[in-house]
Each structure stands twice: as C-alpha cells, then as structure tokens.
Ligand binder design. Structure first.
Ligand SMILES: [Zn+2]
Length: 229
C-alpha cells in the first residue's frame, strides 16, 4: 500500500463554489423573473442535445446556452443506441424519450467532436487491441459500424475503401460517421420517426473540432456532415 504521505494531493475544486456564486449573481440577481419562471412553470427547452462526456466539449459553454435552453444527455462518444424494447437500464433512451414525448422538443442535435477517446478506442479495437474495461467496450462497439463503413464500403454509399491506418490518422471520418449512425438510430425510435415525418421534429448532426473551433453540420434531411464554420 502506498503511504499517505506519498500520495499526490487531490486537485483543488474550490473555485467551483465561487462559480456558483457568480452564477447566482448573473441569473438570480440580474434576471430573477427568468429563474422564477423556470422554477415555478418548469422547463420547455426547444433542443435536446446528445453529446460526449468529454470535458473539452461542454454543451452549455460551447453553445453559450442559458438555463432552460438545452436538455442534455451525455455519454461516451455521443452514441444513440438503436431502439430496443424490454427491460434494461436504457439511460440514453430514457432521456431521449422524455425530451421528445414529454418536453416536446423541436430539435435533436447529436454533437460529436474531434479527438474523441471513445472513437479512438473503437479504432484500436478494430486494429486488434480490445478495450480492457468493464463497460466501455460494449458501449462504444456501437460505433464499430461507422468504422466498417470505410473498411468495407460496398453498401454504405461511401465511395472509397479506406485503410485502417488512414482512419487512425483521420479519426474525424469515423467520428462524423458515428454521428450519422446515431441519427439513423434515432429514426428507429417510433415516436421520433413519427414526429420527424410529420415535420414536428428536426434531427441535426454536428461535429466540433477542439483544435480549430471548426464546426461541421448536417443540412436538412441529408444526414452526412459538411464543414460550415
Ligand atoms: Zn468523445
């Protein structure tokens, strides 16, 4: 056992408390009506955003959203599992269901990002290095389809077969394909598809480049992402 004296000190998080004080000043003191309304009338966000747990891609910070604007679900690699009935701890599905069926959001954004550790793990697994974790491997294996699209593109609409080495050098290809895959999976939820077909819900795929600040997006019904910023 390591002696207590030799353990590194835990990093200080006391500045978060100061941050809450500033938050209170900014929102409760400068705009008490908005906070009172949110507290008494409940939330009515227009947007559900599904993003990665990655600390570098914080949805509230990136979108500069106010309280009540975004309903957020975060998971490793911003993945949407395909619709599955039956018992199970469907955390992401539950958040999607509540946002769509109860909050009646108008938009769903799946936000991917560059340098995603989850996608990197998928590429490593494809290269013969299985993920040595209890839960992460099964979860991110959902994104293996995105990798397969490039390795075996016959039925995917992707024009050119790409080597695994090239994908490892350009993981953005897989990160964006995984966003498209999640959008397709969203359409397997019957109440999502119903609302999309009726024009009551719009699906968006976004991908954010941490290094440059660039943003890629889908346009309309085309679920493939293109650079916009
Ligand atoms: Zn990520």
């Amino acid at each position: 056992m390591t002696a207590a004296c030799c353990q590194p000190a835990l990093r200080d998080i006391s500045h978060f408390e100061a941050a809450v004080r500033r938050f209170r000043t900014e929102f409760y003191e400068r705009d008490p009506e908005m906070m009172h309304k949110l507290a008494t009338e409940g939330q009515a966000p227009a947007t559900l955003i599904i993003s990665c747990c990655d600390s570098r891609v914080d949805t509230g910070v990136l979108l500069q959203a106010s309280p009540g604007e975004l309903f957020t679900v975060r998971n490793i690699a911003n993945l949407v599992p395909p619709y599955q009935q039956g018992a199970g701890l469907h955390g992401t599905g539950a958040a999607i269901e509540y946002a769509v069926r109860d909050l009646d959001v108008d938009h769903v954004i799946v936000l991917g990002h560059a340098s995603c550790g989850g996608i990197k793990a998928v590429l490593a697994a494809a290269d013969g290095h299985p993920i040595d974790r209890e839960f992460v491997g099964d979860w991110v294996s959902m994104a293996m389809n995105a990798t397969e699209l490039y390795l075996n593109p016959d039925k995917s609409g992707i024009r050119q077969k790409v080597s695994l080495d090239l994908l490892k050098e350009n993981p953005g290809l897989v990160e964006r394909a995984a966003v498209t895959g999640s959008l397709h999976n969203l359409l397997t939820y019957p109440w999502v598809k119903e609302r999309v077909d009726a024009g009551k819900l719009a699906l968006h795929g976004w991908w954010f480049d941490i290094e440059t600040g660039d943003l890629w997006k889908t346009a309309g019904n085309d679920l493939h992402l293109m650079p916009v910023i």
